[in-house]
Design a binder for this molecule. Structure first.
Ligand code: ADP
Ligand code: MG
Length: 348
């Protein structure tokens, strides 16, 4: 059998964990990233440092691989489209085009008759003034936001009046949901109606950054089924190949909303490395490389804590029990609010 050379765009922790999963399956990986200190270079077979628009470097990358996937959704659409003309990109760049922008993403979800938060496009001062009747809410940049970056919480009319945002960018305003809980559903789609789906994961955020995840989620059967069903519908409709995550809000009246879609492996699914026979990363690699789809089963309940900023320092020389698993992303610099590692505990 000839070896598959898989290109991975993005070299953070998700790229690292994808590369590790690929290695286990005998697949070689080439990671392409615009950060010369990208941690994934410690886990992949080959690393290329280059900008996401740098044609020469991208060509060097394309020549080394058979197919491409990515660890994050904010790669320029034009870049993915160009690569896809030469070597196949999974999931399809068309998926990214929809999901890269919070407005087109939410419009897409609503067209499927799936509920999202109420939202409005903001392009100028007049649009901004009109939202005063819908407060409190959050203004988010339409593109390039993650871990709460590019978001402004607006509680009062006064805060709205004092807000100074750059109208060279577009924003959406989202009405604040009175949250009871957040959950996510991770699904890997291999082809039409062919998927492996993980049970809903319960998530807790601190300052808009994921802090804790656990299975089982404490939710009723109706939410359990509906969240899985919506994730399947979204994956089918996108004709998705690979692992995808749907983030949900549940409000105080037990109403389920889609918050956002991540067209990639997801932080809340890190616990699947230890809790399941096949992790979200391995399933992603299996799907994009067209390997055998294997029945995915839960082995243990689990919880995960994200180690953010200096949290990591306490864990580096800690002793662990046999049901505890520590992952150090090997990032060169410890920075506040930066995801540095995670820690999973299996509940036996
Ligand atoms: P990111 O792309 O940064 O993950 P999200 O839209 O998922 O952005 O927001 C991050 C977190 O902020 C959410 O998981 C949630 O905790 C909180 N949040 C965002 N939007 C809302 C909202 N409309 N109502 C309540 N909480 C919200
Ligand atoms: Mg999010």
């Amino acid at each position: 059998m000839t070896t598959i050379n898989l290109g991975i765009i993005g070299g953070g922790q998700l790229g690292s964990m994808l590369a590790s999963a690929a290695k286990k399956l005998g697949i070689k990986t080439v990671v392409y990233c615009d950060d010369k200190n990208a941690p994934a270079q410690n886990f992949c077979d080959e690393f290329i440092f280059g900008d996401y628009q740098e044609e020469e470097k991208l060509n060097e990358f394309i020549n080394k691989i058979n197919l491409v996937t990515f660890e994050f959704e904010n790669i320029p659409y034009e870049t993915l489209k160009k690569i896809n003309e030469v070597k196949k990109v999974f999931p399809s760049p068309e998926v990214n085009k929809i999901i890269q922008n919070r407005l087109t993403e939410k419009d897409f979800i609503n067209k499927l008759n799936i509920k999202t938060t109420e939202y409005k496009l903001i392009r100028n001062k007049t649009n901004l003034e009109k939202i005063s009747d819908f407060l409190p809410g959050i203004i988010k940049t339409c593109t390039l936001g993650y871990d709460g970056k590019g978001q402004f919480k607006i509680n009062t009319k006064k805060e709205l009046d004092n807000l100074n945002i750059d109208f060279n960018k577009e924003y959406i305003f989202e009405k604040l949901v009175s949250l009871k809980k957040e959950i996510s559903v991770i699904i890997t789609r291999f082809g039409s109606q062919k998927y492996e789906i993980y049970e809903p994961i319960e998530n807790e955020h601190n300052e808009q950054i994921l802090k804790y995840s656990k299975i089982p989620a404490e939710i009723d059967n109706n939410i359990f089924e509906k969240s899985k069903e919506w994730a399947k519908k979204i994956a089918e409709e996108l004709d998705y190949i690979g692992t995808l995550c749907v983030e949900y809000f549940i409000d105080k009246n037990n109403t389920l909303y889609v918050n956002e879609i991540a067209p990639r492996v997801h932080n809340s699914g890190h616990l699947t490395i230890n809790s399941h026979n096949i992790s979200q990363f391995e399933n992603h690699i299996r799907a994009v490389c067209a390997l055998e789809k294997k029945e995915t089963k839960k082995l243990f309940n689990a919880n995960m804590v994200n180690l953010i900023g200096e949290d990591i320092l306490k864990y580096r020389d800690k002793k662990f029990r046999e049901n505890e698993f520590f992952f150090d992303y090997q990032k060169k610099e410890v920075k506040p609010k930066r995801k540095m590692g995670h820690f999973t505990t299996l509940i036996k």
